[in-house]
Design a protein around this ligand. Structure first.
Ligand code: CP
Length: 291
């Protein structure tokens, strides 16, 4: 039984297969999967949960939800025992989001008779978002090899960055990061980063596309930036910087006037709306790939 926990478990030809399916769905592919999916979200989500749910339903997959606060997790049940219960109940897919890191992903979990789909685990992985971002860039640029992609902001806490950078490197992109020194992890080289920029205005001319990230305040145990206002001035997409960027993305949710100027979220150079729309096709592809 296949699961999607980390992009690091995917071979290039498997990623290509998911992207091929996503393109087919975007062009009108129709498919029925006679299955059931359970959504277990222990962290908030709008786009990931809703697009996994909508794409499941359009494939004919029956969907069920249990929120963390309604589940027996609050009575102390372990995540593994929750999964074991869902296996016993006969679900085919479990789409989950959890605040902790699923690494190492142990043999016990691997042996479950469930297709697990990681919709975000702590600061670790967000594979479907990484596939959406790669798909969106391939649509726009065709060739990823040599493309210079700059991630800006809270790199340290970003599962979008960790999974996205890995896939981009797999396809030959060049990855740079820029953000407050307090929010850049130490092991950038191991994460596939070629360039670490301290000044955003130096980094922008280097980049073909910029991925702005949200300050993950829910994961920050201390004050990493003096104020949101000063952070926006140093690292945000301001109207002045808009003139210098070619294209930009953001996984969402956007904090307006912290990550991106409120008037620029859906401006001409923004791919943010496109990323959300592509989420449906990529997530359908993931269900079919795992079936
Ligand atoms: N990109 C993303 O994960 O958004 P949600 O938190 O709304 O699912």
């Amino acid at each position: 039984m296949k699961s999607l926990i980390s992009v690091r478990d995917l071979k290039r030809e498997e990623v290509e297969e998911i992207l091929r399916l996503a393109r087919a769905y975007k062009e009108g592919r129709s498919k029925r999967i006679d299955a059931s999916a359970l959504f277990f979200f222990a962290e908030p989500s709008t786009r990931t949960r809703l697009s996994f749910e909508k794409s499941a339903r359009s494939l004919g997959i029956q969907t069920y939800n249990v929120t963390h606060s309604e589940s027996s997790s609050v009575k102390g049940e372990s995540f593994y025992d929750t999964l074991k219960t869902l296996e016993a109940l006969g679900y085919d897919y479990v789409v989950f989001r959890v605040p902790f890191v699923l690494f190492p992903y142990d043999e016990l979990t691997r042996s479950l008779n469930l297709r697990l789909i990681n919709a975000g685990d702590g600061t670790h992985q967000h594979p479907s978002q990484a596939l959406i971002d790669l798909f969106t860039l391939m649509e726009r640029f065709g060739e990823i090899k040599g493309l210079r992609v700059l991630y800006v902001g809270d790199i340290k806490h970003s599962r979008v960055f960790r999974s996205g950078a890995f896939l981009l490197r797999m396809f030959g992109a060049r990855v740079g990061v820029c953000g407050p020194a307090t929010l850049i992890p130490r092991n950038t080289e191991a994460l596939g980063v070629e360039k670490v920029f301290r000044e955003l205005d130096e980094a922008l001319p280097w980049a073909d596309v910029v991925v702005w990230l949200r300050l993950q305040k829910e994961r920050q145990k201390e004050n990493y930036v003096p104020s949101e206002r000063s952070y926006f001035k140093q690292f945000g997409l301001t109207k002045e910087r808009y003139e210098k960027v070619k294209l930009y993305m953001h996984p969402g949710p956007v904090n307006r006037n912290v990550d991106i100027d409120e008037e620029l979220v859906y401006a001409e150079k923004s791919l943010i709306y496109e990323q959300v729309k592509n989420g449906i096709h990529v997530r359908k592809a993931i269900y079919e790939f795992l079936w």
